[in-house]
Design a protein around this ligand. Structure first.
Ligand code: GLY
Length: 361
């Protein structure tokens, strides 16, 4: 759906750029009570179908959001998150995750975490059981193990074969020989069909991630984002998902937001904090998402002067970035830089479902 088209919860006029704020006054709507809402990436739908009920029954918004994303973290067929996530260039799955809790304005995160099934839960432990905001690598793993999280091999047979395929075809300048076409088809068959299916639903398998923001019956917000990050990344690369303000942000005075897609662009624009700041100034969720997307595109135009591959031959960014916004009044929006796709929403009127993303370009 193009930017000029409607988001289901939004007004019918084409979104205009949001005016710069006159000052630091807060004009976000008052929190809507008794109207529980979730918004997130399309791959959050399965978890929303199982756990939106908890939010309706009065759960803390972070408890409910983490239950949503745990469903995808444990799904071996989702190659963007947790078990079955695509590995780094050495074939090792490294996970990033964070959570943020509006009522306490606190956060926790882990990055480059290996062999732990539920990084979102470990992120919450960092928030609740340490005085830190972010643990990485071996330290994060030991912390998770200290809290009883079992050691799990996250590379599945399917993702090992995808990684091997990538590794063998990666360069003509090494001793790995590419597989024959028949071997490749036999090896990848079902996995590639699954990825194509996900891409048709607007899911980006290279930078795929899961985000969920929630508004509780008490009008409190919280959010979480979890990912295996960029497929075939350089070991140690951290994306936007565990960076507060980039892959997620919430503030009980403004709302909640998250991002999935190319993490580097989300970090460089502080996409989620930016969306929440627009909400704080009274912008509608759709305007907050579109205005942030406009800012990302302007920044990419500057970056493309030295990193040309970021801009496609059609003059649009060559990568995907999806933005999810939740206002304190329960309105939601899903925005993408370009193209189609969908995002997940659950509200009292229509329950959990997919809605079309609004494309800026
Ligand atoms: N947005 C996920 C990542 O770039 O790692």
């Amino acid at each position: 759906m193009a930017a000029a088209a409607l988001a289901c919860q939004s007004s019918s006029a084409p979104p205009a750029p949001v005016a710069a704020p006159a000052g630091p006054t807060t004009s976000a709507p008052a929190p809507r009570k008794g109207y529980p809402v979730m918004v997130g990436s399309a791959n959050a739908l399965a978890g929303m179908k199982l756990h939106y009920k908890q939010l309706v029954e009065g759960a803390d918004p972070l408890d409910a959001a983490i239950e949503v994303v745990k469903v995808t973290e444990a799904d071996p067929d989702d190659t963007s998150v947790g078990l079955g996530g695509l590995p780094n260039e050495e074939g090792v799955v490294q996970l990033d995750a964070a959570c943020m809790h509006g009522p306490t304005h606190n956060s926790g995160a882990v990055a480059c975490l290996e062999n732990i099934l539920h990084p979102s839960e470990v992120a919450r432990l960092v928030m609740e059981r340490t005085d830190h905001c972010l643990l990485v690598g071996e330290g994060a793993y030991r912390f998770a193990r200290a809290h009883g999280h079992p050691h799990v091999e996250l590379l599945t047979e399917a993702t090992r074969k995808q990684w091997l395929e990538w590794r063998e075809r990666h360069s003509n300048d090494d001793d790995w020989l590419p597989p024959t076409k028949d071997e490749r088809n036999a090896r990848l068959g079902r996995t590639l069909r699954d990825v194509a299916e996900l891409e048709r639903a607007g899911y980006d398998h290279a930078w795929g991630t899961i985000h969920c923001s929630a508004l509780s019956v008490r009008g409190e917000v919280a959010c979480t984002t979890t990912t295996s990050g960029l497929a075939w990344k350089i070991p140690g690369r951290v994306g936007d998902s565990p960076i507060i303000g980039a892959g997620l942000y919430c503030d009980s005075e403004a709302g909640s937001a998250g991002a999935t897609g190319r993490g580097e662009s989300s970090i460089l624009s502080l996409a989620s904090a930016t969306m929440v700041e627009y909400l704080r100034r009274g912008a509608a969720p759709l305007d907050a998402g579109l205005e942030t997307a406009r800012r990302v595109v302007r920044q990419v135009e500057r970056q493309a002067r030295w990193q040309g591959a970021l801009m496609g031959p059609d003059g649009r960014p060559s990568f995907g970035l999806h933005l999810y916004v939740l206002g304190l009044d329960g309105r939601t929006a899903g925005v993408t830089l370009k193209g189609g796709g969908s995002y997940a929403v659950a509200d009292p009127e229509r329950g959990p479902r997919l809605e079309p993303l609004v494309a800026l370009l």
